[in-house]
Design a protein around this ligand. Structure first.
Ligand SMILES: Nc1ncnc2c1ncn2[C@@H]1O[C@H](COP(=O)(O)OP(=O)(O)OP(=O)(O)O)[C@@H](O)[C@H]1O
Ligand code: SF4
Ligand SMILES: [Mg+2]
Length: 319
């Protein structure tokens, strides 16, 4: 499976506060890779580095590398608008432009020089159909998009993101603001579009059932690092990292007769990364050793495609 986006030794600071610490990950093409982790661990920050949305925030410093195919995403002179056309984004909170439903979709093609009315009509209908909202809005295309419900607004934003035919779609908690009944509809839509257009998704969700439903691969983040990465089922069947094990142990058992003990990690997540040098989980981990406080474990492959950053799986652990 070839990768479409790669991050290498990626670190990011907001002013003096470090938010990403040495991220190394490959995102495979035509797959759904999901990121999960506690609030503030850097999920949104990482996704925004992929299409340079962090450029808009003053004081951001980035080291390391992000590649989109062969292209260095942070190369000077790169056309950022073109990059964002190829790596699109859907946010947690729907953000339609304060204009008509029609113009929300037509805005992009117009700025790229499409003037022909029939062609624009065609793009608008195709995009709205693709996002499963055409039937609901076809008779009110000239009405302001802000008058739509939250679920409709989110599907409009998906239609707008799809209109430019991105290669990669970054979705930052795209269903968490939606009503539960609409969530399933929008998630199914993502799955359908992924198959139809061979899209690559990079997805954030707090909801483990959402993640399981939709993803091919799962990355677990903690305190600015990816601590575990593997195929979606592998993470549920054999979680390796102590943080992942604690996270999954908190899911209620499928059957009321099944016994399951939640693993509780003591203390709180240190924030921000600050000057901690060892493993990000060291202050809370029941298996912590002196080495964990001194050194930071790197992601290493354990079984086919299953990587973890933890000295428990390091042959040199006895050091
Ligand atoms: N614009 C910003 N300026 C300064 N610090 C920021 C900014 N955005 C995020 N941070 C900090 O960077 C760290 C990572 O934040 P980020 O939003 O990436 O986390 P997250 O994992 O997406 O959290 P959540 O699940 O709550 O959305 C946090 O400590 C946060 O406070
Ligand atoms: S490296 Fe050490 S502190 Fe970190 S998760 Fe593994 S055992 Fe725990
Ligand atoms: Mg976030």
């Amino acid at each position: 499976m070839s990768s479409i986006v790669t991050a290498k030794d990626l670190c990011l600071w907001y002013g003096t506060a470090q938010a990403l610490n040495n991220i190394n990950i490959e995102i495979p093409e035509k797959n759904i890779t999901a990121f999960i982790g506690p609030s503030g661990c850097g999920k949104s920050t990482f996704l925004k580095t992929l299409n340079r949305m962090n450029d808009l925030i003053p004081g951001v410093k980035i080291t390391g590398e992000v590649r989109y195919g062969e292209q260095d995403v942070y190369a000077s002179g790169l056309d950022v608008n073109l990059l964002r056309k190829e790596i699109g984004m859907v946010f947690q909170k729907p953000n339609p432009f304060p204009m008509s439903i029609y113009d929300n979709i037509a805005y992009g093609p117009r700025t790229h020089g499409v003037r022909n009315k029939a062609k624009l009509d065609d793009i608008v209908e195709r995009s709205l159909r693709g996002a499963a909202i055409w039937d609901e809005v076809k008779d009110r295309l000239k009405k302001n998009a802000l008058g739509l419900s939250g679920g409709q607004q989110q599907r409009l934003c998906i239609a707008r993101a799809l209109e430019v035919m991105p290669e990669v779609l970054i979705c930052d908690e795209p269903v968490s603001a939606l009503d539960v009944s609409i969530q399933a509809q929008v998630l199914n839509l993502f799955g359908k579009l992924q198959k139809e257009f061979g899209l690559t998704y990079v997805f954030i969700s707090h909801d483990l059932s959402v993640i399981r439903h939709i993803s091919d691969r799962i990355a677990i983040m903690y305190l600015g690092q990816v601590v575990e990465l593997c195929g979606a089922e592998g993470i549920y069947d054999s979680p390796l990292h102590p943080y992942t094990q604690a996270l999954l142990s908190a899911i209620p058992p499928a059957s009321p007769f099944e016994k399951k003990k939640a693993i509780e990690l003591p203390g709180d997540i240190p924030s921000p990364i600050g000057d901690q040098v060892g493993c990000p989980l060291a202050s809370r981990c029941p298996h912590c050793t002196d080495r964990c406080r001194r050194e930071c474990p790197q992601l290493t492959e354990q079984t086919d495609g299953h990587q973890v950053a933890c000295f428990l799986y390091d042959k040199e652990r006895a050091r």
